[in-house]
Structure formats: structure tokens, C-alpha cells
Design a protein around this ligand. Structure first.
Ligand SMILES: NC(=O)c1ccc[n+]([C@@H]2O[C@H](COP(=O)([O-])OP(=O)(O)OC[C@H]3O[C@@H](n4cnc5c(N)ncnc54)[C@H](O)[C@@H]3O)[C@@H](O)[C@H]2O)c1
Length: 362
């Protein structure tokens, strides 16, 4: 759990400062202050400090990890349930390019029973695709598959053909499990055209005390799981000589280092996912298989909501670092994932699409 003791003091300082953005800027960028006294013959304070090799004693205070922040990924039975999106409609209420349609496609979403994967799966169904939800928790996947179809039907009354949405068990970090589930999906849907790899998780421990078995599990799910699914689906597409599109869910953590929570293995895993997408995009371009990465910023899923309800300081700190001033929602990924899977992005491959409210820009 998040242990607030030391962090609370640091975050209180941040929160106080957050209401005074000018003060933060001044503290964060002392070296950029233009001191007109520099042109006089008397050495300025800035010059004195730089001679001693120091700047501000508080320098870097808001850009450090805090080892007292410890957050474990909850056990499956303790996971909060994710709601599906309502009131968005499934068919085109407003005119848009036909290129964005996923009609007559079969898409697979790993980690699709909850969180971002669930809502991205819903976006694909709304865009015309059939869907196979893959998750460790098959029961929840089955329940959500039924809800997705019911919601689609409610929002699109009178449609003759409903989307086919199936639920499947797999542990994405286990090659045998991945092969078995791909065979099961192909048997039930006839083929696979698109893949979204959303199964993944993060945990917070400082690097020195990170339990090794948990680190291996984290890399197994986030990196091996992405690799195994991508190669399995690409092999199937190549055998069919069919085009396909793969979207890997990375994270902004693959490009920056989050603060204050320490999470070195997760950051490295997401950097690996991003570069895997680029590498496979090149390797499979001649097979007409596109591979892209979406790197979300802080997104308000049921699980992050629960963590932040218990740690409001963390939420204030995170939000203060996002230029748009708010966290994203799972719905914010509906457009990006549809774009990257559809023909609207036919000439886009190997890209990393950041959906982070501008976090990685500053
Ligand atoms: N929520 C965020 O703020 C955020 C931000 C950036 C990136 N991400 C990434 O987005 C992806 C989805 O995250 P989320 O927030 O929706 O998480 P989540 O925990 O809500 O959902 C993840 C799903 O993956 C499933 N899963 C976990 N391990 C699995 C395994 N071994 N095999 C099969 N399924 C497994 C879980 O059962 C769960 O249904 C992850 O890769 C995560 O790293 C999330």
C-alpha cells in the first residue's frame, strides 16, 4: 500500500506550491533566471553558487522518486469492476470517413475484461468489428462480453445483425496458453484481423527492494505477453496472406520517469513495448501488417480511481504535472485505437501515439 509518511510532507510542499505555479517555475528552473547584475563587476549570487557547484538546495525536489511510495497490484478478487461506456451509440450518428470503419473485421483485445482494454474493445464493436476478449479472468470477460452486446443492441435498436463478442481465458505470459487461445479464437471467429495488447499491470516498489519474482511476472505479462500475442497473430496473418493491424498498449512511462512513485521495471517494460512495436513494424511491413503503440498517460480506470481515492495527495501531484490539468479516461482511447486499427491510418506504422494530456511534453 501507499505509505504516506515521508511522501505526505513532500507532496504537501508540492500541493502548496501547485497553487503558486510561478513559484514552482522559479524553483524548478533557477539556472534560467536572467540576473542583470551579471554585467556588473561584483559577482552575483548566481555566479557564487555556480562556482561552488550548487544551485538551489531544494533543486530537483519535485522531480524525484520517493521510496516510501509502495503500491502492490491487487489480487484478482480484490479488483474493482470496470463499467462499460454508455450513451455513445454504436452506429454512425454523425457522418465521418468510412475509412474509420472496422466492419467485417475480427479483433482481439488482451486484458479486455477490465479497464482500458474493456473500453477499447467496446470502441471496436461500436466501429463494426467482431471481438474476442482475452483475459486471465474468464468469468468477468464473459460477463462483459454479454454487457457489450446488450449495450450495443440498446443503443442501436432494430439492427438485424449483432456483433459477435466472445470471451476467452489466457495467461498472456505463457506461450502454450497464448497458442491455445489463438487457436480457440480462430476456430470460433474464422480468422483474426486486428490485435490490441492491453493485458499489463504496474506495481510500485523502490528498485533495491523490488521483489524479484514480481519483477519477472511484470515483465512476463507486459513484455513477453505483448510479444507472444503479436507474433502469434502475425504468423496467422502471414499464413493467410492477409493484411492486419496491431496496437500495443505501452505507456508514457516508456518515455519518461514518473514521480513520485518508484517503478523502474514497469518503465523499462513499457519502453520495451514501444520499441517492440517499432521493430516489428519494420520486420512485418512487407507483409502488410502494421504495428503501432499507444502510450497512455494517467488514466482514470476503476483501479486507478480506487488507488487515488486512498491517496489523494498522489492524485494532486499527478494532476499538477499534466498540462491539460486532468487525468484521462478510458474513453479517451476509443478514437486513437480505432484510428490505428482502421484504414484511416493505412500509412502509419511503428508510431507511438501519446495520449497523455501533454504530460510528456514538459
Ligand atoms: N490505467 C492507466 O493509467 C494506464 C496508463 C498507461 C498505460 N496503461 C497500460 O494499459 C494497460 C491496461 O491497463 P488498465 O489500467 O486497464 O489495467 P487493469 O488492471 O484495469 O486491466 C488489465 C486487465 O489485464 C488482465 N490481465 C492481467 N494479467 C494478465 C495476464 N497474465 N493474462 C491475461 N490477462 C491479464 C487483468 O485481468 C485485467 O482485466 C496495461 O498494459 C497498462 O500498463 C495503463
Amino acid at each position: 500500500m501507499f505509505k504516506p509518511s515521508v511522501a505526505r510532507q513532500a507532496l504537501r510542499a508540492v500541493n502548496n506550491a501547485a497553487t503558486r505555479p510561478a513559484a514552482i517555475r522559479a524553483a524548478a528552473r533557477p539556472a534560467l533566471t536572467i540576473n542583470t547584475r551579471c554585467i556588473s563587476s561584483t559577482p552575483s549570487r548566481l555566479q557564487d553558487d555556480s562556482k561552488k557547484g550548487t544551485t538551489d538546495p531544494n533543486g530537483g525536489a519535485y522531480a524525484r522518486t520517493d521510496e516510501s511510495v509502495v503500491i502492490e497490484y491487487p489480487k484478482d478478487e480484490e479488483m474493482p469492476r470496470s463499467p462499460i461506456v454508455q450513451g455513445r451509440g454504436g452506429m454512425h450518428f454523425k457522418r465521418t470517413l468510412a475509412l474509420f470503419s472496422l466492419e467485417n473485421k475480427v479483433s482481439v483485445v488482451t486484458g479486455g475484461a477490465r479497464g482500458l482494454g474493456l473500453v477499447m474493445g467496446q470502441a471496436l464493436v461500436a466501429s463494426g468489428s467482431d471481438l474476442a476478449i482475452v483475459d486471465l479472468n474468464k468469468e468477468e470477460a464473459e460477463e462483459q462480453a454479454k454487457k457489450l452486446v446488450a449495450q450495443f443492441q440498446e443503443e442501436n435498436p432494430g439492427l438485424e445483425k449483432l456483433p459477435k463478442v466472445t470471451a476467452h481465458y489466457a495467461d498472456v505470459s505463457d506461450p502454450e496458453s497464448v497458442n491455445a487461445v489463438l487457436a480457440e479464437i480462430i476456430q470460433q471467429h474464422g480468422r483474426i484481423d486486428n490485435l490490441v495488447t492491453s493485458a499489463g499491470f504496474t506495481e510500485n516498489f523502490d528498485a533495491i527492494s523490488y521483489p524479484y519474482d514480481r519483477m519477472k511476472k511484470l515483465w512476463g505479462v507486459n513484455v513477453d505477453g505483448t510479444y507472444l500475442f503479436a507474433t502469434g497473430v502475425a504468423k496467422h496473418l502471414m499464413e493467410r496472406k492477409a493484411p492486419g493491424s496491431i496496437v500495443m498498449i505501452g505507456s508514457m512511462s516508456g518515455a519518461i520517469v514518473n514521480v513520485p512513485q518508484p517503478q523502474a521495471p514497469y518503465n523499462a517494460a513499457k519502453a520495451a513495448v514501444r520499441h517492440l512495436a517499432a521493430s516489428l513494424a519494420v520486420e512485418w511491413a512487407s507483409h502488410n501488417i502494421r504495428v503501432n503503440c499507444i502510450s497512455p498517460g494517467y488514466m482514470l480506470t476503476a483501479l486507478t480511481r480506487k488507488i487515488l481515492d486512498e491517496n489523494p495527495e498522489l492524485k494532486r501531484k499527478w494532476t499538477s504535472l499534466i498540462p491539460q490539468g486532468k487525468m484521462g479516461t478510458p474513453e479517451d482511447l476509443m478514437g486513437p485505437v480505432t484510428f490505428l486499427l482502421s484504414d484511416a491510418s493505412k500509412y502509419v506504422t511503428g508510431a507511438d501515439l501519446r495520449v497523455d494530456g501533454g504530460y510528456t511534453l514538459t
